[in-house]
Design a protein around this ligand. Structure first.
Ligand code: HEM
Length: 124
């Protein structure tokens, strides 16, 4: 499956379902809850969703609003060790179960996010 097909397959709505299900869990999480801006969670949700939509063939809203993603650099202010990375993926796994995307879309996206999450680790 190529990246354009992913956006065609699940559309804005698929990304929205997945990322909303992820962010619903964030405030109550004992590791991630304090890392994310509590009073700006709706905007944070929009940033991640728009990044993925643009990355996989949809409208380029993220780049228009935020510029080049530079994701590893943008994550440096947060202490991301293996435990935080694994928790982030655990929340995403639950979000995948809730969002019930088509299996091939889920497999592709899960692999991408898992690799990117490992790349974001910036502390032992
Ligand atoms: C490994 C665990 C990760 C942790 C603990 C983490 C944590 C955070 C936090 C605390 C923010 C700030 C929230 C905001 O104000 O937007 C953020 C932003 C963001 N994260 Fe992550 N993140 C992780 C992995 C990822 C991955 C795998 C991706 C994408 C593939 C990603 C994409 C983004 C994007 C697009 C933003 C918004 C950046 C901006 O424009 O300022 N993150 N992340």
């Amino acid at each position: 499956m190529d990246e354009i097909n992913l956006y065609e397959l699940i559309g804005e709505e698929g990304f929205e379902r997945l990322i909303a299900a992820f962010y619903r869990q964030v405030p109550n999480d004992d590791i991630l809850g304090d890392m994310y801006p509590r009073d700006d969670l709706a905007d944070a949700e929009e940033r991640l969703r728009d990044f993925l939509v643009g990355r996989f063939g949809g409208p380029q809203r993220y780049i228009e609003r935020r510029g080049h993603p530079r994701l590893r650099a943008r994550h440096i202010p947060f202490c991301i060790d293996r435990t935080a990375r694994d928790r982030w993926m655990a929340l995403m796994d639950k979000a995948f179960s809730e969002a019930a995307l088509p299996a091939e879309a889920e497999g592709f996206l899960r692999e991408f996010l898992s690799q990117m999450a490992t790349f974001m680790i910036n502390h032992e």
